[in-house]
Design a protein around this ligand. Structure first.
Ligand SMILES: [Zn+2]
Ligand SMILES: [Zn+2]
Ligand SMILES: [Zn+2]
Length: 260
């Protein structure tokens, strides 16, 4: 199984439009952060967790030739905004994209992309096959996926575990019960926005705290704001085994066991 960070930036991305801070002006490619999502390649299929406004650029950059499913963590625009661009994959596969989301998230998708759900569709609109999920385990084809309930301020959202990789973005709190689903993860990605406290997001310190509790072999921090500082300086300050993710970072781990 291979995991690739498609984007590692917070909702505005980095650089932020019209910002002259040292991070936004940095020439280091690791300080260029598209909106957050990850792609998982497993058992011959590609799964994207979220599909933000930079989806098209990310698919082109990673030279993705097929995508079998998209799983949504929640309905905020930085996580769903690129859904129109699945059309290219519709043309290649000749079928609708399998999209997994909670009912509330589906309602927003149907609103924001109403033309894709019209009774009489204009030719060429994105073809979407919605699958309803909740906090119970489900399968994408025969690959087991474990949702993990997170709170994003007052919004209940989902993180996901596939095999020994777990991806928790836009997290502010997680219950003790849900943490148990992370036991045994070898690779754990957690969002950590910046140093300063935020209403709906973990700070870097809070993200590191959760990674320390779970003790994966590798921890990654994502969904990063320009306010977090320069990638090179920030990465130096992290404890061993934890890294600030960057766009295009990938790693491999054991394939998950398939449904028998
Ligand atoms: Zn977000
Ligand atoms: Zn800036
Ligand atoms: Zn959000």
């Amino acid at each position: 199984m291979k995991v690739t960070f498609l984007g590692t930036g917070t909702s505005q991305g980095v650089p932020v439009i019209a910002c002259d801070c040292n991070v936004c002006c940095s020439t280091n490619k690791h300080d260029k952060r598209l909106r957050s999502s990850v792609m998982i390649e497993t058992h011959g299929i590609n799964i994207s967790i979220d599909c933000g406004p930079d989806f098209r650029t990310q698919m082109l950059r990673e030279n993705v030739k097929h995508l079998e499913a998209i799983v949504f963590t929640h309905e905020h625009k930085d996580h769903i905004g690129g859904l129109d661009d699945i059309r290219s994959f519709n043309y290649i596969s000749g079928k609708p994209m399998d999209v997994y989301a909670e009912s509330r998230v589906q309602d927003t998708i149907k609103n924001e992309f109403s033309y894709a759900f019209a009774k009489v569709k204009y030719p060429g609109v994105p073809e979407i096959m919605l699958h309803t999920i909740d906090e119970n385990p489900f399968f994408i084809q025969n690959i087991p996926v474990t949702p993990i309930r997170l709170m994003h301020y007052k919004l209940p959202i989902l993180g996901f575990r596939i095999g020994n990789f777990a991806y928790l973005t836009d997290i502010k709190t997680i219950s003790t019960e849900e943490k148990k689903k992370l036991i045994g993860c070898t690779h754990l990605a957690v969002s950590g926005l910046r140093h300063q406290t935020h209403l709906s997001h973990f700070t870097l310190k809070e993200a590191i705290g959760l990674i320390h509790e779970i003790k994966p072999a590798y921890g990654y921090i994502t969904h990063i704001s320009h306010q977090a500082g320069l990638h090179s300086e920030l990465n130096e300050t992290l404890p061993p085994g934890i890294n600030i993710a960057f766009d295009g970072l990938s790693f491999e781990l054991d394939e998950p066991q398939l449904k028998s």
